[in-house]
Design a protein around this ligand. Structure first.
Ligand code: PXP
Length: 237
C-alpha cells in the first residue's frame, strides 16, 4: 500500500482569503499526522500566494513524519530551502498565472540548471525528488540529474473526460513507473487525485507514495461542516 503525503497548501489558501491567521497550516499538519498521514507536503510558491516562508520554518520544526517542500528552481526559493532543510525537496515547474502546477518539470530540456539545484540541495543533506510527466525521456533525464526519486504527474489521468482517455493515461503512468523502477529510482505520484480516481493509481506496485492535497481539504470542509455549525449554535445559546 503506498504511503500518503498530505499537501496542506489549501489550508493556507483559505487563510489568505482574509489575510488572517486562521486556519493555521501547522495545526492542520499536526491533525493530518495524528490521523495517519505519512508525510506533510507544502509548496512555497515564488509569489507566496498560500504557504509563506514563515509557515515552512514552523512546519520544519513541528512535523514529525517527513516534511516534503515543493518548490521551483528559483534562486530565492532554493536559498530558503537551504535554510529550512526539509527532509525532501520536490522540484516542480512554476508559472505565475497558473491555478495549480500544470505539467511536470522539463528535466530533459533544462538538465544542467536542474542538476545544479539538485547538487546544491543534496549538499545540504536534503533528499531531492523531481515532479515529472510519465515519459521515458524525462525519467532518463532525471537519472542523469543524479536524483534517486521522482514523482509522476497524475494530472492528465485525473483530468480525463472519458474512460478511454483515463485508461490511456493510466497505462502511461504504469509504464513510466515500471521503467523508472528498472532505472533504480524510487517512484511517487500525485496531482489531481481524489476519492474517485485514487484506487487505480494505488494499485500500481512500483508507486510507493501518493501526494494528495486539494481533494482532502475539499472533503474536510464538507465532512467538518456539521460539527462546525453545531459548535457555533452551542456558543450562541
Ligand atoms: N504533487 C505535486 C508535485 C504537486 O505540485 C501537487 C499540487 O501542489 C500535488 C502533488 C497535490 O495535488 P492536488 O492538490 O491536486 O492533490
Amino acid at each position: 500500500m503506498p504511503r500518503l503525503g498530505v499537501n496542506i497548501d489549501h489550508v493556507a489558501t483559505l487563510r489568505e482569503a482574509r489575510h488572517g491567521i486562521e486556519p493555521e497550516p501547522l495545526f492542520a499538519a499536526l491533525i493530518c499526522e495524528a490521523s495517519g498521514a505519512d508525510s506533510i507536503v507544502a509548496h512555497l510558491r515564488e509569489d507566496s500566494r498560500h504557504i509563506k516562508e514563515g509557515d515552512v520554518f514552523l512546519l520544519r520544526k513541528a512535523v514529525r513524519t517527513m516534511f516534503n517542500l515543493e518548490m521551483s528552481c528559483a534562486e530565492q526559493i532554493v536559498a530558503v530551502a537551504c535554510k529550512v532543510k526539509p527532509d525532501r525537496s520536490t522540484l516542480v515547474p512554476e508559472r505565475r498565472q497558473e491555478l495549480t502546477t500544470e505539467g511536470g518539470l522539463d528535466v530533459a530540456g533544462n538538465l544542467s540548471r536542474i542538476k545544479k539545484v539538485v547538487d546544491r540541495l543534496s549538499r545540504q543533506g536534503i533528499a531531492v525528488s523531481l515532479f515529472i510527466d510519465p515519459e521515458k525521456k524525462q525519467i532518463d533525464a532525471a537519472v542523469k540529474s543524479g536524483v534517486k526519486m521522482i514523482e509522476l504527474h497524475t494530472g492528465r489521468y485525473a483530468d480525463s473526460s472519458t474512460q478511454k482517455e483515463e485508461n490511456r493515461f493510466l497505462a502511461q503512468i504504469v509504464n513510466a513507473a515500471s521503467y523508472a523502477k528498472k532505472k533504480k529510482l524510487r517512484v511517487f505520484a500525485g496531482h489531481g487525485l481524489n476519492y474517485y480516481n485514487v484506487s487505480r493509481i494505488s494499485r500500481i506496485k512500483e508507486i510507493e507514495e501518493l501526494n494528495i492535497g486539494y481533494s482532502i481539504i475539499c472533503r474536510a470542509v464538507i465532512v467538518g461542516l456539521s460539527k462546525a455549525v453545531s459548535e457555533m449554535k452551542e456558543l450562541i445559546k
